[in-house]
Design a protein around this ligand. Structure first.
Ligand code: NIG
Ligand code: FE
Length: 395
C-alpha cells in the first residue's frame, strides 16, 4: 500500500459512514455503515468497518457520533479567471437573461491579470471549496482565448490539480469575431499544441452563439489525436447536438444537460458518458432545472458539480448544489451525495477517489451532523467540520 506520511490514523465513533461500495454496510449504492470506523494508512484507506472492531493505532480521532463521507469530487469548474460580474448577476436578477456573451467580460479581465493574480484567485477558491469538503477538482482554461493566455491558464491550473481541461473553444475569441473558422483552426492547431502538455481533457461549449456540432466535432477530434480525452458543455441553454456528440465520441462527461430530447436521454443511457448536472448555473441564471429524475430513471450515471465561474455559477459549494438537486431536480439525498462523490469520480473516469474502500485515496469529510442526509436537510449550513486529503487533515 502506498504511503506518503507513513502514519496510521483511525477515525472511530462515526454514526454513519458513506463508502459508496454497495458490497459494504446496508448494501445500498452508498454502502452505508452505521457505528463505523475508518483506518487511514499514509494517503490511502486501509480498513473500514464496525467501530468496535477497529484496529488500535497511535492516532485516534473520535468522530463524536457524526457522519463521514468521501470528499466531494467537483468535476466541473472554471477557476482560472480574474474579475467579477456582479453587475451582470444583478441585471439578471432584475429580469435580464443569461447569454454566453458575458464570457467576454471575464476574458478581458483575465488577459489583463498577472500570473500572480490568477494564481492567488485560484488558490482562494480552492481553499474555499476545500473548507466545504471538496478534495478533488477539475478546472479549465477558456478565459484567455489566445495561444499564450490559454497555455498560461492551464499551466497555472496544472500546479494544483491533475484534472486540467483545455477549453480554448469556450467562445469564438473576440479577436476572430469576423472569422470563426480561423479561430477553430487556431484552437485545433497552434493553441492545441501549446496547451496539450498541461491538460488531460479537451472541452468545447457546443451551443448557439459558441460552437456548432460540426465545429465541436472537429475540435474534440483534434484534441483526441493529441492524446486529450473529450468532455462537452452540452445542451445548457438550448436543445442541440452536444449530448449525442459527446456519447458518439465516448466523452467522459456531457455537462449541463438542461435541454434534453428523449433521444438524448436514450443516447446517454446506452453510452458510457456521464451526465454532469450543474444546478448552480440554473440557480444563478434563473433557468429551468435539469431533470435529474428523468436521467436516473433511464439508467444514466449522473454527476453533480459546481461549474464555479464568475458568470453563470459563482459558487464553490458542492453542499449547496446537493441541496438544490434534492429540492428542485428530483434527486433523493442519497442520490445527490452519490453523484457529488462517486458520480464526480465517474465523470473523471477515476476509480481511486469518490469512495471510501480499502486502497482508495484517503479523501474524506467529517460532517457536523449524524447523517449525509443533513447536507440537503440543512441547506446553507456549513456542516463540513473536518477534511482529510490524501490522508492528511487539512480542515
Ligand atoms: O459552464 N457554458 C459555458 N461556460 C460557463 C459559463 C461561463 C461564464 O459565463 O463565464 C458555464 O456555465
Ligand atoms: Fe462550465
Amino acid at each position: 500500500m502506498s504511503s506518503t506520511t507513513g502514519t496510521t490514523t483511525v477515525i472511530t465513533n462515526i454514526a454513519s459512514l458513506v463508502t459508496n461500495d454497495p458490497s459494504l454496510g446496508d448494501g445500498s449504492p452508498l454502502g452505508l455503515i452505521q457505528d463505523a470506523a475508518v483506518v487511514i494508512e499514509g494517503d490511502r484507506i486501509a480498513w473500514t468497518g464496525d467501530s468496535r472492531k477497529a484496529p488500535a493505532t497511535d492516532n485516534r480521532v473520535d468522530a463524536g457520533g457524526r457522519a463521514v463521507i468521501p470528499g466531494f469530487v467537483d468535476s466541473h469548474s472554471h477557476l482560472v479567471f480574474a474579475g467579477d460580474r456582479t453587475q451582470e448577476f444583478n441585471a439578471r436578477m432584475s429580469g435580464r437573461g443569461y447569454t454566453a456573451g458575458g464570457i467576454r467580460t471575464t476574458v478581458a479581465a483575465t488577459r489583463a491579470a498577472s500570473d500572480e493574480d490568477l494564481e492567488r484567485n485560484l488558490t482562494h477558491y480552492l481553499h474555499e471549496a476545500l473548507r466545504q469538503g471538496t478534495t478533488t477538482f477539475e478546472t479549465k482554461s477558456g478565459y484567455g482565448l489566445t495561444v499564450e493566455d490559454e497555455a498560461r491558464a492551464l499551466r497555472i491550473a496544472a500546479a494544483h490539480t491533475d484534472e486540467v481541461t483545455y477549453l480554448g473553444a469556450h467562445i469564438v475569441s473576440p479577436d476572430y469575431a469576423d472569422d470563426p473558422a480561423a479561430y477553430v483552426a487556431l484552437v485545433t492547431g497552434e493553441m492545441l499544441d501549446a496547451c496539450a502538455p498541461y491538460a488531460r481533457w479537451i472541452d468545447v461549449f457546443c451551443e448557439k452563439g459558441a460552437f456548432d456540432g460540426d465545429q465541436a466535432r472537429a475540435i474534440l477530434t483534434a484534441g483526441t489525436a493529441k492524446g486529450l480525452h473529450p468532455r462537452v458543455h452540452a445542451n445548457q441553454l438550448s436543445y442541440g447536438p452536444g449530448v449525442q456528440l459527446a456519447v458518439e465520441l465516448d466523452a467522459a462527461s456531457a455537462d449541463h444537460c438542461t435541454h434534453l430530447t428523449d433521444a438524448d436521454v436514450e443516447a446517454l443511457a446506452n453510452g458510457r458518458t456521464v451526465a454532469t448536472l450543474l444546478p448552480g448555473a440554473e440557480f444563478s441564471t434563473r433557468a429551468e432545472w435539469p431533470d435529474a429524475r428523468r436521467l436516473l430513471d433511464a439508467g444514466v450515471t449522473v454527476a453533480l458539480s459546481t461549474d464555479c465561474n464568475p458568470g453563470s455559477s459563482f459558487t464553490s459549494s458542492v453542499p449547496f448544489c446537493i441541496a438544490l438537486a434534492v429540492r428542485d431536480m428530483g434527486m433523493t439525498p442519497d442520490e445527490a451525495v452519490w453523484s457529488a462523490t462517486a458520480g464526480g469520480a465517474a465523470a473523471l473516469r477515476r476509480t481511486d477517489i469518490g469512495r471510501l474502500t480499502v486502497g482508495a485515496r484517503a479523501d474524506l469529510a467529517l460532517l457536523d451532523a449524524p447523517s449525509h442526509v443533513h447536507l440537503a436537510y440543512r441547506p446553507g449550513v456549513p456542516l463540513v467540520t473536518g477534511v482529510w486529503r490524501r490522508g492528511a487533515r487539512e480542515v
